[in-house]
Design a protein around this ligand. Structure first.
Ligand code: ADP
Ligand code: MG
Length: 447
């Protein structure tokens, strides 16, 4: 197919598939304006209107373009973004430097985000304990606190801090091996190794690292074989005084479905939490981020965003990115009225209660369905998929019982709702795009 599909046709098809996955408003805003310029030497060159597009896509759907286009073209492709028009030279230099660092580290098997350093991390009361602990570990890997267990809510800086430790260690010693892995990836690696009878290789790889960073460990809950493997990896590294850092959205004691011996290993070193940031910390983060993007943003806008976005720092940055993209597209300076208009769907009104009607409406808008489809018996794959997601979200965001939820979806029984919730929970852990979709819909509902 690849050779026969013309570049423009390939891109049209790519966009069509993406639009079905990300929802209409995100698609129109962030994907529609992108052009595929050429494919050369296994790299697809994409033209975007300004730098904020790349940031938004990397934050929200980091793999969707590549996966879709690779699937259609049936070949492996790298992606490169090019900004239409003139680009700020200083920023371009910084980007190139970061990209080079990323590539260089990756060639050594080190997958760290070069942007996530201690320098770019703003310290405030909410995160100073975790920050101090991370810094000590970076300065004395294997001997300060082992393991270091960092926990906190979504978007509060756990991944950033772990990467900062990794980056600092790598900078201080060229020979040390640092391995960063999400727990989902760890699960996949265990499964693949077992399936292809390559457990030996797997063990060699993990037992030869000097520093192991495992992000979002809560996802190994309930996965027995993976836990078993992780347990042995942990013991082996720990015995050799190799540094282990683990992050989670909750403290070890609250991770259900892991063995007690695993839980007690997590608690052997230091447990550090990150709390929701105070307004001052949010303000400092916004200024730092704006400066890094050369975005001029007045004080009232900074305070507007900092007070309206409750805690998630990724959302805080998301506001700035959207504002930056908009201001740069229309060539207008950022002011409060522009901010209010552009950010109205990102920013919370107050803590309004969420109803099943609201969920159904959001799902219908997102997937382009009619309300009666969602409640009908008829089930195409699209509809039943959307319905399952709607049930799952309703279960999570409202106080309704399973039978009440079933009734609200055209008289389904409570077993159907349980099944739907399990299905979605399961798929969510293995499908990053679906996970983001659900996060985005939930986020929108809470606003
Ligand atoms: P988590 O892993 O806890 O979900 P991340 O580490 O991915 O959160 O952080 C979300 C975003 O917020 C990232 O872009 C990160 O760089 C940024 N961020 C979080 N905390 C800080 C901070 N203290 N200073 C600067 N940026 C931060
Ligand atoms: Mg994270």
């Amino acid at each position: 197919m690849s050779m026969t599909l013309h570049k423009d046709a390939l891109w049209d098809k790519t966009l069509e598939i993406i639009s079905g996955k990300v929802g209409e408003s995100a698609f129109e805003l962030w994907f529609r304006p992108i052009k595929l310029i050429q494919i050369k030497e296994k790299i697809a060159y994409l033209e975007i209107p300004n730098r904020f597009f790349r940031e938004w896509i990397e934050d929200n759907y980091p793999t969707i373009i590549q996966e879709t286009i690779e699937g259609l073209a049936e070949l492996q492709l790298g992606l490169k973004f090019r900004i239409a028009g003139k680009e700020d030279e200083a920023l371009k230099k910084i980007d190139t430097r970061l990209e080079n660092r990323r590539t260089k580290l990756a060639s050594r098997g080190i997958y760290l985000n070069p942007k996530h350093t201690f320098d770019s991390f703003v310290v405030g009361p909410s995160n100073q304990f975790a920050h101090a602990a991370a810094k000590r570990v970076a300065e004395n890997p294997g001997s300060a606190y082992n393991p270091l267990f960092i926990y906190g809510g979504v978007g509060l800086g756990k991944t950033h801090l772990m990467n900062a430790v990794g980056n600092m260690i790598v900078d201080r010693s060229a020979s040390i091996s640092v391995y960063y892995v999400s727990s989902e990836q760890f699960v996949n690696e265990v499964v693949t190794a077992m399936r292809h009878e390559r457990m030996g290789e797997f063990k060699d790889k993990y037992r030869n690292v000097d520093v192991l960073l495992v992000d979002d460990i809560q996802f190994i809950a309930g996965k027995t074989a993976t836990q078993e493997e992780f347990f042995h990896t942990f013991n082996d590294l720990y015995g050799k005084q190799k540094q282990i850092i683990i992050s989670s959205d909750r403290p070890p004691i609250d991770i259900s479905d892991i063995t007690d011996r695993m839980r007690s290993r997590f608690s052997m070193g230091l447990i550090a939490d990150i709390q929701a940031p105070e307004v001052e910390t949010k303000v400092a983060i916004l200024y730092k981020k704006a400066a890094a993007d050369r975005l001029k943003i007045p004080e009232d806008v900074v305070y507007f965003i900092a007070t309206r976005v409750k805690s998630n720092i990724r959302e805080l940055e998301g506001c700035l990115i959207k504002l930056g993209a908009h201001a740069s597209l229309v060539g207008a300076p950022v002011d409060l009225s522009l901010a209010k208009a552009v950010l109205k769907d990102l920013i919370a009104d107050d803590d309004k209660p969420i109803s099943v009607d609201g969920v159904q409406k959001a799902i219908c808008e997102f997937f382009g369905l009619k309300l009666h489809d969602l409640k009908a018996r008829r089930r195409t794959r699209e509809i039943s998929n959307a319905r399952q997601i709607a049930m799952y979200i309703t279960k999570h965001l409202t106080q309704m019982s399973l039978s009440e939820i079933g009734a609200a979806f055209g008289g389904k029984d409570h077993a159907t709702v349980i099944y739907a919730c399990r299905q979605v929970a399961e798929k969510r852990t293995g499908d990053e795009t679906l996970n983001k979709t659900i996060e985005n819909i939930m986020k929108r509902l809470k606003q």
